[in-house]
Structures are given as C-alpha cells and as structure tokens.
Design a protein around this ligand. Structure first.
Ligand SMILES: Nc1nc2c(c(=O)[nH]1)N[C@H]1C(S)=C(S)[C@@H](COP(=O)(O)O)O[C@H]1N2
Ligand SMILES: [Mo]
Length: 178
C-alpha cells in the first residue's frame, strides 16, 4: 500500500505512526500530569510552579499542632496551629531536605481576603538557612478565629513588628521567581 501513497502519503503515514507511539507511551502515565503530586511519586525534586496549597481542615489534619505566642496589634496572642514549612513539605511544595539551588529562587506568597499579600523565600523558611518559624493558626485564646482575623491567620513570632501577622488568609501559593 505504501508504494501507492507517494512521498506525501508516506510522510503523513510516518507522522501518524509516531503520534500513535507517543500516545502509547504517554497514556499509562497520564495521572502523573497532576503537577503537585507527580514529582512526589517520582521522588524527584520540587519542580512545578506555581503550586497552590490546599488549606482545608483535611489538608492540615495530619500535621503537628504547635502553641504559638506572638504579638498582633498591641496584644500578645496565645494561638495554636501548624508550621508553614510542614504544610509546604506535606504537599510537595518544599523539599524535606536542606534546599538546593533549584529551590533557592522560590518564594511562598500568602494572600488575604482584603488583598494584602506577604512573601517568604523558601530559603527564609528552611531550618538550615533562614530558619524563620512561620505558623498558620486557626485558634487564639481558646477559640476559633472569627471572620475578622480568620478562619486562618499567619503568625511570625520572631518578626520585630507584627506586620506579617496576616489576617484572613485565603490562598498560599509557591512560585519559582520568573
Ligand atoms: N489581612 C491583613 N492582615 C494584616 C494587616 C492587614 O492590613 N490586612 N495588617 C497587619 C498589621 S500592619 C498589623 S500591625 C497587624 C495588626 O493585628 P490586629 O489587627 O490583630 O491588631 O495585622 C497585620 N495583618
Ligand atoms: Mo501594623
């Protein structure tokens, strides 16, 4: 049959066969297309960007809860919640190990409902580099945060001013600097 196709026909047939082969290779791995979890299955370093973190109760349930004391406004708050680093690691957005060069250009952006946003570089958080402890808290002074401050709030106890104690957190995203 190929003999009767002529040159154009043979080239087209070749392309069709290559496309079919590529699809055969790609199909069994289709679930790896989820960028947030694909590299975890592969055991390779964090590479997708951006990564949007889930923030619901289930996404935080398996993480160690910490007691956190920090000034927000004028008052010392006694709160509890999870470590931002632990949350990032649990969802594949930051390596468990000391950061290497491919993560040193990454930052985490935390957005609030009123439009205020704050950034941390992953290196600022890495315990072997900046070592800044940052917490995402959901309870203060024994009660869940109300909608003015919560339901989720950032606390950065070692900051000299409480400006990054972001209220009304509604999105956390990890980005490789463009
Ligand atoms: N979403 C949001 N969070 C924010 C701010 C803001 O404007 N929006 N201001 C910050 C500043 S400048 C301070 S001093 C503290 C004040 O905390 P308080 O509102 O609990 O007193 O919140 C921080 N968190
Ligand atoms: Mo402030």
């Amino acid at each position: 049959m190929a003999g009767r196709l002529g040159r154009c026909g043979r080239v087209a047939l070749g392309h069709l066969l290559i496309a079919l082969c590529l699809q055969a290779v790609a199909t069994p791995d289709a679930q790896a297309a989820d960028p947030v979890t694909a590299h975890l299955r592969a055991g390779s370093p964090v590479t997708p960007s951006p990564i949007v973190l889930p923030l619901d109760v289930a996404a935080r349930a398996s993480l160690t809860r910490h007691r956190v004391e920090a000034f927000a406004g004028d008052a010392l708050q006694h709160c509890e919640g999870v470590s931002l680093t632990a949350l990032l690691r649990a969802h594949g957005a930051m390596s468990e190990a000391a950061l290497q060069d491919d993560e040193l250009d990454r930052y985490v952006r935390i957005d609030s409902r009123d439009g205020t946003r704050v950034l941390f570089s992953l290196a600022e958080l890495d315990p072997t580099l900046g070592g800044r402890a940052v917490y995402l808290v959901d309870r203060c002074d024994g009660t869940p945060l109300d909608s003015t401050a919560g339901p989720l709030r950032l606390l950065v106890p070692a900051d000299a001013r409480p400006t990054r104690a972001l209220r009304q957190v509604d999105r956390i995203i990890v980005v490789a600097a463009p």
